[in-house]
Design a protein around this ligand. Sequence first.
Ligand SMILES: Nc1ncnc2c1ncn2[C@@H]1O[C@H](COP(=O)(O)OP(=O)(O)OP(=O)(O)O)[C@@H](O)[C@H]1O
Length: 268
Amino acid sequence: MSIPAIEAEQLSVSYGGRRVLDQVSFAIEPGSFVAVLGGNGAGKTSLFRAILGLTIPEQGYVRVEGQNFGKGRMPVGYMPQMRRMVAGQLSGWHMVAAALQGRTWGLPWCSARARAEVDAALDAVDARDLAMRPVMSLSGGERQRLLLAQALLDQPRILLLDEPLASLDPARMRETTRRIYDLARERRLTVLFSTHDINPLMGFMDHVLYLAHGKVLLGSVDDVMTTPALSALYGAPVEVVRADGRLFVVADGGADTLHCCDCAEHTR
Ligand SMILES: Nc1ncnc2c1ncn2[C@@H]1O[C@H](COP(=O)(O)OP(=O)(O)OP(=O)(O)O)[C@@H](O)[C@H]1O
């Protein structure tokens, strides 16, 4: 592999002495589209924050394109979880522009260049029609598009997308995934895409990065989504079941469905 887009080595992240990521190591290939899976509290957001340098590792390191950027500007666009979004009365345009303002400290943020960049990001996610509307009046799917536009500012080479499908209906999930996939291919982006529902990503993702109990497993869907692989990761028996063209990951005894995916849809 060439220099990895993202590389973690013996990375540990803890909060108040509780380890969320425990000496994890992995390397993400440039240009790959990676589904980041794991139950609630598995550490998906913590991993993204560590990559962004917003959370200081207890141990180990993360490198982006082979470098430790520290507080420097990295070539990474971040789409946070929507429930963390605060926008109030801002228009869609100003919400996207606010992210640019944060990154162009010291420059006149309403310059022609800045305006053109915001317009281009809105165009890329087909959201020009949302530009003048108050964000608080927008639907969940429309707000997601604005968050994606924010992540595209500054021409990133890597996108970290934290649950971009949250609160979308199944048709919108597939449409949103396709939009992100098309953008990623067109711009040769590396994408880490966290989700609780792998179904809409089938046929789009190159790899799965699965988090459980502080550990990670990275590989193809066929390598990771298997009974032995996930049981080893969880350190307890889980079962990967294929039924009606769908893939279910269930806790031992079948009482608890952890994830499911639709194996029937492998075509783009
Ligand atoms: N700033 C923090 N201080 C203390 N604990 C934290 C902090 N941030 C996250 N945690 C805890 O770390 C664990 C992992 O959280 P994280 O948000 O990374 O998980 P996640 O996989 O993104 O979860 P979800 O799917 O529910 O969004 C959780 O138990 C959470 O409560």
